[in-house]
Structure formats: structure tokens, C-alpha cells
Design a protein around this ligand. Structure first.
Ligand code: ADP
Length: 364
């Protein structure tokens, strides 16, 4: 076959997105094709810089082009760009108080202590390390943990303008927590309307600027804050963190149902403290590994991954240094990055699936 820009583009029509099962050209993912002297340059646009399918798309393109053109094509350069699209569902919902934010994702749990805040922090830092612009809002106004988890102790909140506060810029993300705006140690007792007001102010009066993702760490359980959140923010979806035990699953199932009830898409379940790897290298299923995954299957929601019990994760969390998790030489970095990538993938699938919804009119 003669090599030309058009011939290459035609071949790209044979390469499918691995998850959406449509070809890259139809999906409008091919942004540029150039050909000169045996070398092809291709630019593929993804919906997120953290797309987990990058490597597979790259190798599928290479295979297809090599099969078509053989040795006449000497060099294939594939670049990826990212354009995080807002889903149509989001655009459809009334006034958006955070127009600069493409995706708002809440992280919830059926009960406290399952590692919800830890997962929220590491998902935020993980997405940022993949190249996305990320904000993290401590929506746990009753027991904020971001001051500790992000090491904010020596930082002071600053105002950006008369009624806007600057987020803290730490670990490659922008973060805000009520824990830095009130006296430490003071118990935070908010009743319905006060909780509503506190959450609204934190979410909408922080100068987030342009963000690909705003991650919200919710309080545990099914209280006032998720309700307020669903009323004022156009969410892309929610993630439920769960440990494997039966009792934890029951609570998590309730959290899943709460989000579904509030018309918030459940993007997936993360199984935290899934198992433990001993010094002998053996894996111990302390809490009954796989329990949360089974729950996700039963509820027909995606499973985003399992994070084992890891002492370094606990130490780095207590030290307020999540960046260290990603610089870890062992498996920790890969395990946390996988959860962030799976979540980004799920967000892409949702926004692209939404893009296929064609408007229809019926005439009677
Ligand atoms: P939650 O937000 O659900 O209340 P946290 O994220 O505050 O839970 O986690 C509770 C405690 O468990 C923290 O000390 C945290 O460092 C620790 N922790 C969470 N996940 C893990 C894990 N996978 N391995 C080890 N320690 C963990």
C-alpha cells in the first residue's frame, strides 16, 4: 500500500479504543497525522492525562500500521494530549458554582476508619502525578484529617480576595480544609444548616481556578454533607472506600445506595486494607480479601482496585507526606497509582459514553 497521510488515517480507523470498542477516528481521538520520508507522527487525544489505556492504544496503533505498511514505515511517533471533557450530565445541571472544574468526584465510606481520607489524598496526588490539575477538598467538616495527611501544620491560610480563600499548594495539588480555618483541638459540632453553610463556603469560596479534578473527602456515613454536596455541586460521580469484612461491606452498601439515591453515579469501589504482606513475603488475608470486590459485583458497580495494609502508607500519612508513597521502591507506588488510573479511566468512559447520547425528537 502506498504510504501517505490519508493511508495512515485509514488504517487508524481499524484501531479501536480498548474500552469503548469504537475506532479512534470515529471517537475523534486522532488529532493530527503527518507523514514524511518513512516517518509517521500521530497525535492522539485522550480524555485524561491519567488514561490507563495509553500503552495499549500505542501498541495497537503500532501493530496495525506495521501490518499495513511493513518496513516502508520506518518510524512511528505517537504523542498523547489530554482534553478532559465535562460530561453532558454535568452541563445539564443548573447553575454551576465551579465552572473552572471539569470533574468533581466525592470519596465516601460507610463508616470511619476504613481509609477513606487516605485513599482520597493518594488518588488526588496520584492523578496530579499523571499530569492532571487536581484540587482536594476536605469535606469531612466534623473530623478534618487533611491538615495531618498533607502536613499542613506550619502553613497559614491566606485570602485571595475579599471573599475568596487561597487553597494550599502542596504535593502537586491544591487543597482546602476547615481544619486550618478553625482553632485546632476545638470539636466541630455542626448541625444541619450550619453543616450545609460550612461545606458550601469551603467548596465555593476557595479559589480553585481551573481544575481537571476536584476530589472531595466526605465525612463517613450517610449524613448531611453528601446531601448538601449533591444539591450545590454538579458531580461526575462518587467512589466508595471499603475494607473487606462483612460488617464493613454492609455499611458500604448503604453508602453506594445513598449516592444512587442522590442521583450520583458510583464510579467504583476501592478495597482498602485488602491483605497484608509479611516480612516472609507471604500474603495474609487478615480481613477476608475480596469482600469489597464481591460487594461491588453484587451492586453492579465498578471495582477500582485493592490497596493492601502497608506500614509505610500509615507512616507517610501520619508524617503528612503522601509524595513519599509514590517514590516508594516497593509495590506501594504502583498499587496507589493503579487506583488513580482506574478512576480516571472510569471518568473517561462515563464522559465519552455520555457523548454518544444523541438528541432525538419524536414527532406525533
Ligand atoms: P477514614 O478517613 O476512613 O476515617 P483514614 O484514611 O483516616 O480513615 O485512615 C485511618 C488510619 O488507617 C490512618 O492512620 C491511616 O494512615 C491508616 N490506613 C489507611 N489505609 C491504610 C493501609 N492501606 N495500610 C496501612 N494503614 C492504613
Amino acid at each position: 500500500m502506498t504510504l501517505s497521510k490519508d493511508a495512515i488515517l485509514n488504517e487508524l480507523r481499524k484501531v479501536n479504543d480498548p474500552e469503548l470498542h469504537r475506532d479512534l477516528v470515529t471517537l475523534n481521538m486522532v488529532k493530527n497525522v503527518a507523514y514524511c520520508d518513512g516517518a509517521a507522527s500521530i497525535t492522539i487525544e485522550l480524555t485524561t492525562p491519567a488514561c490507563p489505556l495509553k500503552d495499549q492504544i500505542r501498541s495497537d496503533i503500532e501493530k496495525t500500521l506495521k501490518a499495513a505498511f511493513g518496513d516502508t514505515l520506518k518510524q512511528i511517533n505517537i504523542d498523547f494530549t489530554a482534553q478532559v471533557r465535562a460530561s453532558p450530565q454535568e452541563k445539564a445541571r443548573g447553575e454551576n458554582p465551579l465552572p473552572g472544574v471539569k470533574h468533581i468526584i466525592a470519596i465516601g465510606a460507610g463508616k470511619g476508619g476504613v481509609g477513606k481520607s487516605t485513599i482520597a489524598v493518594n488518588v488526588a496526588v496520584g492523578l496530579a502525578r499523571e499530569g492532571a490539575t487536581v484540587g482536594l477538598l476536605d469535606g469531612d467538616i466534623y473530623g478534618p484529617s487533611l491538615p495531618t495527611l498533607l502536613g499542613l501544620d506550619n502553613l497559614h491560610a491566606r485570602t485571595e480576595s475579599a471573599n475568596m480563600i487561597s487553597p494550599f499548594a502542596v504535593h502537586g495539588i491544591k487543597a482546602m480544609t476547615i481544619g486550618k480555618l478553625v482553632e485546632p483541638e476545638k470539636p466541630l459540632i455542626w448541625r444541619g444548616p450550619m453543616a450545609h453553610g460550612a461545606f458550601r463556603q469551603l467548596a465555593t469560596q476557595t479559589a480553585w481556578g481551573e481544575l481537571d479534578y476536584l476530589i472531595i473527602d466526605l465525612p463517613p456515613g450517610t449524613g448531611d454533607v453528601p446531601l448538601t454536596m449533591s444539591q450545590i455541586l454538579p458531580l461526575t460521580g462518587a467512589v466508595v472506600v471499603c475494607t473487606p469484612q462483612k460488617v464493613a461491606q454492609d455499611d458500604a452498601r448503604r453508602a453506594v445506595r445513598m449516592f444512587q439515591q442522590l442521583d450520583i453515579e458510583v464510579l467504583g469501589v476501592v478495597e482498602n486494607m485488602s491483605y497484608f504482606i509479611g516480612d516472609d513475603g507471604k500474603e495474609y488475608d487478615i480481613f477476608g480479601r475480596g469482600g469489597a470486590e464481591t460487594m461491588a459485583q453484587q451492586m453492579a458497580v465498578p471495582f477500582l482496585g485493592a490497596v493492601p495494609i502497608n506500614m509505610k502508607l500509615r507512616e507517610n500519612s501520619d508524617a503528612g507526606n503522601p509524595t513519599a508513597n509514590f517514590e516508594d521502591k516497593g509495590k506501594l507506588a504502583a498499587e496507589l497509582a493503579a487506583v488513580a488510573r482506574n478512576l480516571a479511566g472510569q471518568v473517561s468512559v462515563m464522559s465519552m459514553a455520555g457523548a454518544f447520547v444523541q438528541p432525538t425528537i419524536s414527532i406525533s
